[in-house]
Design a protein around this ligand. Structure first.
Ligand code: SF4
Length: 297
């Protein structure tokens, strides 16, 4: 099993990670202390870590969730120490966001005040964390951002985008190697064809230091519903996860064919910069700044 997992990761990495000749490449690996990103980092170190033209740096965003984040940070640090990888972190307060424990405490009052505030913790945290990952990647001048999404995660995301009718997000789905999203280091997802269970077994087989707990807020998230849906579908119709992911890939291929044929410009509009924080946004002020302002009222 371990050999087959490693083979699949190596194959996917060859397709996604296009290393330039005659220049150095920095890969920022977003790790959480969990199994997926641990397997990702271990595999990257094993597959390209010896190359003199490649630097691998790992980092974690500390959301400020007591009981969950501190022990997983210890695992992340331990993993990096074992693999000899530099480890960096950033916390929400360092990015001028409130810690998630405070956000969660304040959500009911914000909703009651009718401020159009999201009800789910992940609606805040997902936005803040994306900014955190971008921040860490920019800090180390990363050429690539590697994320540990496995097959189950990817299938859930495709289904969520579909049920939301969100074609643009489907087109922006990582990997970005062949279609970089302007202004951001391309995101690569070398585990995207590996089922979650295999990733877990691989992590145990390699004896990687991993934190096993889920975030206490995960169960309330919309993604959890999609997780259950995909798992049920996969049990009834094996291959569902692969099918969802293939469909997203096929949509991107179709988009590229239309462009190659000189058809309309099917790529999403290049994102603009938030006038407030300078981060990439598809609208005016970015979502992170909207939520930051909401919390500071
Ligand atoms: S489950 Fe939600 S609240 Fe918890 S870390 Fe993930 S995005 Fe943040």
């Amino acid at each position: 099993m371990a050999k087959s997992v490693r083979k699949k990761i190596a194959k996917e990495l060859r397709q996604q990670l296009k290393l330039p000749k005659n220049s150095e490449t920095t890969i920022f690996v977003a790790i959480s202390g969990g199994k997926d990103s641990a397997v990702l980092l271990e595999s990257l170190v094993d597959l390209v870590g010896d190359r003199p033209d490649v630097t691998i740096i790992a980092g974690t965003v500390d959301e400020g969730i007591e009981g969950y984040r501190p022990p997983s940070l210890i695992c992340a640090q331990e993993l990096c120490d074992t693999l000899g990888v530099e480890f960096i972190t950033v916390s929400y307060p360092e990015l001028s966001f409130k810690e998630m424990d405070e956000v969660v405490e304040r959500i009911p009052a914000l909703v009651k005040e009718g401020k159009n505030a999201p009800r789910m913790p992940c609606s805040y945290c997902g936005v803040f964390r994306r900014q955190g990952i971008n921040h860490l990647a920019q800090k180390v001048n990363a050429d690539f951002i590697a994320l540990g999404h496995n097959l189950d995660d990817m299938a859930q995301t495709v289904l969520m985008n579909m049920t939301n009718g969100d074609l643009e997000r489907t087109l922006r789905l990582a990997p970005h190697t062949t279609t970089p999203v302007d202004g951001l280091a391309p995101r690569i997802v070398p585990l995207r064809w590996i089922p979650e269970q295999e990733v877990h077994l691989y992590a145990l087989h390699k004896n990687l230091p991993i934190h096993h707990e889920e975030c206490p807020h995960a169960k309330g998230a919309l993604r959890w519903r999609h997780r259950e849906m995909v798992a049920t579908m996969e049990e009834d119709v094996p291959g569902t996860r692969h099918g969802l992911l293939r469909m997203a890939d096929n949509i991107k291929v179709l988009r590229d064919q239309v462009i190659d044929l000189g058809g309309f410009e099917a790529r999403p509009d290049p994102p603009t910069l938030c006038p407030n924080c300078g981060q990439i946004t598809s609208g005016n002020q970015c979502k992170a700044c909207d939520l930051r302002a909401l919390m500071s009222d």
